[in-house]
Design a protein around this ligand. Structure first.
Ligand code: AMP
Length: 190
């Protein structure tokens, strides 16, 4: 059976985490968020978490080798999964290439890269709102938020071309109600 391996793509604050939850339930997928995995390492005060914390607090990307190894471990731990939803990964071309290598090697390639499109002003206000309600320190400071968006624009957004070249890129409007956006994502999956 073909596995439903999906990259849920978009800038910080686009709604990847929220939408992942719904897609995960609907299609019985394993949700892999490198941000969540890194925050768990920080909470556990592991050496990896301690190394990542400083970068995450600044809104800079963590090293490719770290996130690739985390994803590799998770894929190997769930060999019988119906598919994976990758959230916040890949974020660089090197990560995308490593992911392709892992999945193509198993003949279970990414089937679609769904890109949530949200204007920058809306992203900043969503993240500041999330920061005022939650515990993420990187959501509380507008300068850090802008740096995360800059990292996205410079290093991550070019992956749209990477997946376009494979015929997998699908842009989805990320503004609207939660249910409207979920419906658009499901439709884009075809
Ligand atoms: P997120 O929860 O996806 O917004 O990620 C929070 C932070 O974790 C980012 O600002 C990065 O510092 C780090 N991070 C998460 N995923 C990655 C990744 N794939 N590559 C590099 N850094 C990441």
């Amino acid at each position: 059976m073909t596995k439903l391996n999906i990259v849920l793509f978009g800038p910080p604050g686009a709604g990847k985490g929220t939408q992942s939850q719904f897609l995960q339930e609907k299609f019985e997928l394993i949700h892999l968020s490198t941000g969540d995995l890194l925050r768990a390492e920080i909470k556990a005060e592991s050496p990896l978490g301690n190394e990542a914390k400083e970068l995450m607090d600044r809104g800079d990307l963590v090293a490719d080798s770290i996130v690739v190894a985390m994803i590799r471990n998770k894929i190997e731990a769930h060999l019988d999964a119906k598919g994976f939803i990758f959230d916040g990964f890949p974020r660089t071309k090197a990560q995308a290439e490593a992911l392709d290598e892992m999945l193509d090697g198993k003949d279970e390639p990414i089937v679609a890269m769904l890109s949530l499109e949200v204007p920058e002003g809306e992203l900043v206000s969503r993240l500041l709102h999330r920061g005022s309600e939650g515990s993420r320190t990187d959501d509380k400071d507008e300068a850090i938020i802008r740096n995360r968006i800059k990292e996205y624009s410079q290093k991550t957004a070019p992956l749209k071309d990477y997946y376009s070249a494979q015929g997998k890129f699908k842009a989805v409007e990320g503004v609207g109600t939660r249910a409207e956006i979920t419906a658009r994502l499901v439709k884009a999956l075809g």
